[in-house]
Design a protein around this ligand. Structure first.
Ligand SMILES: NC(=O)c1ccc[n+]([C@@H]2O[C@H](COP(=O)([O-])OP(=O)(O)OC[C@H]3O[C@@H](n4cnc5c(N)ncnc54)[C@H](OP(=O)(O)O)[C@@H]3O)[C@@H](O)[C@H]2O)c1
Length: 287
């Protein structure tokens, strides 16, 4: 199926060199998803919404989760007729709401084959602006780490029965030198990543595959809020969806764009370089 029209149609000349992505083979995708129940968190906007619409052109049951009910209803309307679509407006930061979601699925006898843990929230805030904002760290942890863990634990018995797949939509930043201002977002993404890495051998031993998808900058509501990102090399949400669908088809353990070797090699050759550049820049701004 063709990707939906791009909300952010800008293309940087380096996009396809830095982030080459093959189109998805429709036959293989049909084999991988047909007859399956697929739960997507963060399905109201961006990458999650793109995935929901793309997968809905096959005979699947889709469980779409996010906070914004109206947007979920809009996405449901865009879905293909072959899919049965259920929507749950759930705030992943709310433990009671996540429990209700898990119980609701059990009551309806919905067993998940593929869980795409995609919902996320990013925050960029300087330390000096964070002094009265401990809640940034708490909320980021809840949406990017503890909420997704609670959901996985809730649906794991069914996933095990179905020998299913957990997909984690993560960020390439976890492999790059640390950058000031991103403490809350990166630490919560890293915590979930580590939780999954520890759980993976046990999951795999019972037949459940883990696909970790470490995305670069993607042109969505989340990143395009930052003006400077508009003209930077990035993936479209359609390409990001392709990457995730490839991971599902092949049960690929990890995706990372090849180009992260560049900053990683630089970091090995000059381990403190990025730290010093940032420090100098911040010092100069003060004076
Ligand atoms: N965009 C990028 O540059 C980029 C790069 C690397 C990785 N990623 C990752 O990609 C994933 C998708 O992000 P996106 O770029 O598509 O951003 P987006 O367009 O802002 O979408 C984020 C989704 O998460 C949902 N969400 C946010 N807070 C939630 C909460 N408390 N409970 C339930 N759902 C919640 C949002 O829905 P509601 O607001 O309706 O709840 C929305 O559907 C995230 O995990 C992000 O970390 C993004």
């Amino acid at each position: 199926m063709p990707p939906s029209p791009d909300k952010y149609p800008y293309h940087h000349p380096l996009d396809s060199f830095l982030f080459p992505v093959r189109s998805v083979n429709q036959k293989k995708l049909a084999e991988a998803v047909s007859g399956k129940t697929i739960l997507i968190t963060g399905a109201s906007f961006g990458i999650g919404a793109e995935l929901a619409v793309r997968i809905s052109h096959y005979p699947v049951t889709l469980v779409l989760v996010a906070r914004t009910k109206e947007k979920l209803e809009e996405i449901k309307k865009q879905c293909g007729e072959k899919a049965v679509v259920q929507i749950y407006n759930t705030d992943l930061r709310d433990e009671t709401a996540v429990n209700e979601l898990i119980t609701g699925l059990k009551v309806k006898e919905i067993t998940v084959d593929i869980l795409i843990s995609n919902a996320g929230h990013s925050i960029y805030r300087k330390l000096a602006d964070s002094l009265n904002r401990f809640h940034d760290t708490k909320r980021s942890s809840a949406v990017n780490f503890t909420g997704p863990v609670q959901l996985i634990l809730g649906v794991l018995p069914g996933l095990t029965e179905k020998k299913g797949i957990v997909v984690n939509v993560s960020t390439v930043s976890l492999f790059l030198p640390h950058t000031a201002g991103w403490s809350a977002y990166h630490s919560s993404k890293a915590a979930f990543d580590h939780w999954l890495r520890c759980a993976e051998p046990e999951m795999k031993a019972t037949g459940v595959s883990l696909c970790q998808v470490y995305l670069p900058l993607v042109r969505t509501r989340m990143s395009m809020i930052v003006e400077e990102n508009h003209k930077r090399p990035a993936m479209s949400s359609a390409k990001a969806a392709d990457v995730i669908l490839h991971s599902i088809i092949r049960r690929r353990r990890k995706y990372r764009p090849w180009c992260i070797v560049i900053p990683r090699i630089l970091d090995i050759l000059a381990p403190d370089l990025w730290y010093r550049i940032q420090q100098n820049r911040l010092k100069n701004r003060k004076t």
